[in-house]
Design a protein around this ligand. Structure first.
Ligand SMILES: Cc1cc2nc3c(=O)[nH]c(=O)nc-3n(C[C@H](O)[C@H](O)[C@H](O)COP(=O)(O)OP(=O)(O)OC[C@H]3O[C@@H](n4cnc5c(N)ncnc54)[C@H](O)[C@@H]3O)c2cc1C
Length: 425
């Protein structure tokens, strides 16, 4: 069967690879001039089943309201974005109850831990190189209140198999000596033992190379303008180069997915939420952390990627505006300066690369992995802040649904119609 996958980011490429391995003829259509140049470009690099919680937990309304007047707030709502968020925003708030939050944590955790196992498997099978390492992740807490909120998530994921250890400030400094200067401001930490990290863009480039070598096609610089359907069946896509026929179409176009699905009357409740990263070359510097360090006070993290360090964070509701914001990226770099001053002092800040990307965020913090609209149309989108972690598992889940095989994890939490009773579980 001929399949078109729209989008050459993490979701598109993993989906394309899995379908190709199952004997399909697969073509990826990508708007930009290469793969992984949009949201999958310079993300935090963390493969973290330990972070399954959606952003809209209890108290989110208070955070968003206070962020309107605070330029440094880690989660920021901009006034100009409010009109574009009305319906979605209401559902985002409606799903911030403890019950929805805990259910989403559990569903995301199960998909994420399956996904990480499959990411490791494909890494070994295809010999993919992307600065991948398996040392876990460290969260550092400055206050008891924040620690207890995260501990509640750990209890949910821990009950499903996640391994973690609560560390004292001394134990933290033994694990990451670069944190010695902030020892006195640390309340405690959590070492999530089963997490990995690696460069998502390098993964995509390596995977794209293997996909092509196995007979898959990737066409870049092609804009898909609509899904083409006749008599209730998908017949292909229309592009700026004309019609391309296919019996099946998978929309994996990140934040552009809602607009594409709208062309066949499918409503996908996904909105862009901006985040930033700053990457700095740290080659030749001793004592770099060997695992990602998250400062829960700042809602930001530092990930080692080979000889680079990447600072990442913030969630800004600002529509499709991808312009860099100096206050935001300075704030991220300052995380390094304040938490690892001895390392920061030896780096060339003027050569740091700042980047902004738009996370495709669903209103309830879970992705959409489902059939939709005309026969032959599928969606794999809306993975928000966890797309790198969830990519391989989502691709396999989608492929299992397409093939009618029993999936390794429950698919119900990720169906498009969340009004179905089982989807809310
Ligand atoms: C700052 C930041 C940090 C993050 N950190 C992490 C992390 O540490 N761990 C984690 O798990 N996740 C993280 N994420 C989330 C993760 O990066 C995203 O969920 C993931 O990249 C989304 O992948 P995608 O394939 O859905 O979208 P994209 O990567 O955006 O891919 C979609 C592709 O579709 C293409 N496209 C769009 N429209 C069309 C069209 N009309 N025709 C053809 N092609 C089209 C785009 O050009 C794009 O290449 C982070 C995100 C951000 C922004």
């Amino acid at each position: 069967m001929s399949t078109i996958v729209v989008g050459g980011g993490l979701m598109g490429l993993t989906t394309a690879e899995v379908l190709l391995e199952r004997g399909e003829s697969v073509t990826v259509l990508e708007l930009l001039d290469g793969v992984a140049l949009e949201t999958s470009y310079a993300n935090g690099g963390m493969l973290t089943p330990s972070m399954p919680e959606p952003w809209n937990g209890p108290g989110v309304l208070r955070h968003l309201a206070s962020s309107l007047f605070d330029p440094r707030s880690p989660m920021k709502l901009r006034l100009r974005a409010i009109p574009s968020l009305t319906g979605w925003g209401l559902r985002f708030l409606q799903h911030s109850s403890q019950r929805h939050h805990d259910a989403a944590c559990a569903a995301n955790y199960l998909l994420a831990s399956y996904s990480l196992a499959e990411t490791r498997a494909i890494t070994a099978r295809l010999k993919l190189e992307y600065c991948h390492a398996s040392h876990g992740t460290l969260s550092v807490f400055r206050s008891r209140e924040v620690f207890e909120a995260k501990e509640a998530v750990c209890r949910i994921a821990g009950g499903l198999g996640m391994r973690y250890a609560v560390l004292s400030a001394e134990q933290i400094v033994r694990l990451v000596p670069a944190l010695a200067d902030i020892r006195n401001s640390i309340y405690c930490g959590i070492h999530y033992l089963d997490d990995d990290h690696g460069d998502a863009r390098m993964f995509c480039d390596a995977l794209a190379g293997r996909f092509r070598a196995q007979g898959g096609r990737i066409e870049t610089g092609v804009r898909v303008t609509r899904v083409a359907a006749e008599g209730g069946r998908v017949v292909g896509v229309d592009t700026d180069r004309g019609r391309i026929d296919a019996r099946r179409v998978v929309v994996a176009a990140g934040t552009a997915s809602p607009a594409l699905l709208q062309t066949v009357g499918v409503h996908l409740p996904v909105k862009p939420v901006k985040g930033y990263s700053v990457t700095v070359d740290a080659a030749g510097i001793d004592g770099l952390p060997t695992l990602p360090v998250i400062d829960d006070f700042k809602h930001a993290g530092i990930t080692p990627l080979g000889t680079r360090l990447r600072m990442v964070g913030t969630a800004e509701f600002t529509g499709f505006d991808k312009r860099p914001n100096r206050v935001r990226t300075d704030n991220l770099y300052d995380l390094l300066v304040t938490t690892m001053p001895a390392i920061a002092a030896r780096l060339d800040r003027s050569r740091a690369d700042a980047w902004a990307g738009l996370r495709p965020v669903s209103y309830d913090g879970k992705p959409f992995i489902d059939a939709c609209g005309p026969d032959g149309l599928w969606v794999n989108a809306g993975h928000g802040p966890l797309g790198w972690t969830l990519a391989m598992g989502s691709a396999l889940l989608l492929a299992d649904r397409i093939d009618g095989r029993p999936p390794a994890v429950r698919h119900e939490p990720f169906v498009l119609d969340r009004r179905l009773r089982h989807a809310a579980d």
